[in-house]
Design a protein around this ligand. Structure first.
Ligand code: COS
Length: 384
């Protein structure tokens, strides 16, 4: 449901203030401790930030995509680790249920995801199956009124915190491709489910990933997402279409934050007797970043508005993810350059963003996968 403009502005203003007053001052500490304090999580819960995209009837804010991306522009203005904690409940950790779940599954899990009582996680990637998601090997074999799950999922965001996994597993081992895959809702604590050690990453400290290991893990047959087997790959693709737009919006937010910081630094820092912002070579970097962030913002809003109007936006979502994740990489690189030596020193935080944004070009589909999705859709549309 779309909010009235005044309520939306109020929400955006609240998020903006929360980000600037509560999250930005904590960025350094979260990176140092690799942990988001529980008090901050409680504040996020109280603001409804875990349920932005979950329909109102299940306890969320029920934002339209064009509204959600505007919130994501704001959430992007701080360390991506904060957004990551909220991101799975709003995106890949809940949307499988929203899009394809049975009514009782929606009632059982969506209110708890919307309130932030539980964290949702999306278990698709495996040691031997990343970009080639349809090649996944984890199996879920029907045994009476249960499925028995075996396999390992890798780099799973929020796995250590998760209360619920949307798991993609092969229910038909004879069918090697996408059609043999089904999705399941598996609760943390299920016997035979184990979380590996937290991965050590290049950036985004405070956001955790880990392996999720299934060893003869028995899940009830009712854990199958939806009402028939073989639909799991399509569910995953639909979830990713939506997630890619959200990530693109976060990239725009981070870029805008870095541009603001770079401009402030350039106007204050003096060399050759003048603020470095007076120099045209610095101006060129600021201008390129500003123009590219604007292009990214416009793409995201256009794609989100089209999606809300019922259009299929797989191509637009992939285009936005491709452009915005690459764009924020360039913006972060220029931010380091504008800050000079300070850009390389941890105290200023710019180098942390430089490392943090590298992930955007990889997860929820690498840039190369976005290119492939865009081109395949172009060829398919032209041939039809
Ligand atoms: N929405 C709905 N259905 C979709 C879809 C989408 N966006 N994309 C594909 N499908 C359907 C296809 O229509 C096809 O259905 P049919 O068998 O009924 O024709 C089925 O899914 C298989 O599609 P396809 O043949 O295109 O699958 P491929 O194995 O060739 O893989 C890519 C397609 C590479 C695009 C896919 O594997 C992918 O997105 N990989 C990246 C995964 C990823 O993002 N991982 C990140 C980690 S998760 S955070």
């Amino acid at each position: 449901m779309a909010l009235d403009p005044e309520t939306l502005e109020h929400l955006l203003d609240t998020v903006r203030r929360f980000v600037r007053e509560r999250l930005v001052p904590m960025e350094h500490k979260i990176a140092e401790d690799d942990e988001i304090p529980s008090t901050l999580l409680d504040e996020m819960r109280a603001l409804g930030l875990f349920g932005l995209s979950i329909p109102e009837e299940y306890g969320g804010l029920g934002l339209a995509m064009a509204e959600e991306v505007r919130v994501a522009f704001e959430l992007g203005q701080t360390s991506p680790a904060f957004r990551s904690m909220l991101g799975t409940n709003n995106g890949i950790g809940s949307q499988g249920i929203v899009l394809d779940g049975r009514e009782e599954q929606k009632r059982a899990y969506l209110p708890r995801l919307a309130s932030g009582e539980i964290i949702g996680s999306f278990a698709l990637t495996e040691p031997d199956s990343g970009s080639d998601a349809a090649a996944l090997k984890t199996t879920a074999i029907r045994d009476g009124d249960h499925y028995v799950v075996n396999g390992t999922k890798r780099f799973i965001t929020n796995a250590p915190e998760a209360g619920l996994f949307t798991l993609m597993a092969r229910t038909d081992p004879e069918e090697k491709g996408a059609r043999g895959i089904s999705a399941f809702l598996v609760e943390a604590g299920a016997s035979g489910l184990r979380i590996g050690p937290v991965d050590r990453k290049m950036g985004q400290r405070g956001a955790h990933t880990a392996d999720v290991i299934f060893e003869d893990c028995r899940v009830p047959a009712s854990a199958l997402l939806g009402d028939r087997e073989g639909q799991g790959f399509k569910t995953a693709m639909k979830v990713l279409d939506r997630g890619r737009l959200h990530i693109a919006a976060v990239c725009v937010g981070v870029a805008e934050r870095l541009i603001r910081d770079s401009l402030a630094y350039a106007m204050e820092r003096k060399q050759f007797g003048r603020p470095i912002a007076d120099f045209q070579l610095i101006q060129a970097m600021l201008a390129d970043s500003r123009a590219e962030a604007y292009a990214g913002r416009a793409m995201v809003l256009d794609a989100a508005t089209r999606r809300d109007a019922g259009e299929t936006v797989a191509t637009e979502a992939a285009s936005a993810k491709l452009f915005c994740s690459e764009m924020v990489g360039r913006v972060a690189d220029r931010a380091v350059q504008i800050h000079g030596g300070a850009g390389y020193i941890a105290d200023y935080g710019v180098e942390r963003f430089y490392r943090d944004v590298r992930l955007f070009r990889i997860y929820e589909g690498t840039s190369q996968i976005q290119q492939l999705v865009i081109a395949r859709n172009m060829i398919r549309d032209a041939a039809s």
